[in-house]
Design a protein around this ligand. Sequence first.
Ligand code: PRP
Ligand code: URA
Length: 209
Amino acid sequence: MGKVYICDHPLIQHKLTFIRDENTTTKDFRELVDEVATLMAYEITREIPLETVQVRTPVTTAECRIISGRMLGLIPILRAGLGMVDGILKLVPAAKVGHIGLYRDPETLKPVEYYAKLPTDVQERELIVIDPMLATGGSANAAITALKQRGCRQIKLMCLIAAPEGVEAVQKEHPDIDIYVAAVDECLNDHGYIVPGLGDAGDRLFGTK
Ligand code: PRP
Ligand code: URA
């Protein structure tokens, strides 16, 4: 069974409170999501393997450590996942970015894929699927399935807020996937929104409502 890591660093929790607040402006919401994405990237990259290299300092030669040629790929789910990409790239600027476009049909709440553009070597990369919201889990499951169908095997999921229903759905369909979240909330409401949540992440990021 995949693990669920709650990123409970005080800075993440503090910023998440303002992200939730309905009075937060689009500009501040976008900046806060970007900042939390950077902080969560610090947590999600904790296990990246290191290798030893020799460095000549002004004083002597030292054995030092660098990240061992690991190839990362960020896979934002359009649209709201876009809001977290730059924040992660600040820490891992060499990562490639692939996009998967999904929207939830408002009637069925089922994800519909409308776009996919991935790095050509995507199956060799360690991938982080990014979406602020894990609600029913349908979108995350569809994105992970789309990646697995293309031969990808090393996949993690990073979200800001998850509903217990979404966590359970991903763990059921993709038991090999670890999930990184800033919070697991109470439940979903009748419209598939996370309670208390933050509302519609895409609309709040892009000011479309
Ligand atoms: C939101 C969100 C997730 C999805 C989560 O996207 O960004 O992708 O819903 O819900 P689920 O877990 O029930 O699938 P939405 O479909 O609203 O599209 P958008 O990002 O284009 O606004
Ligand atoms: N998508 C959102 O943007 N918010 C939710 O609460 C659920 C799905």
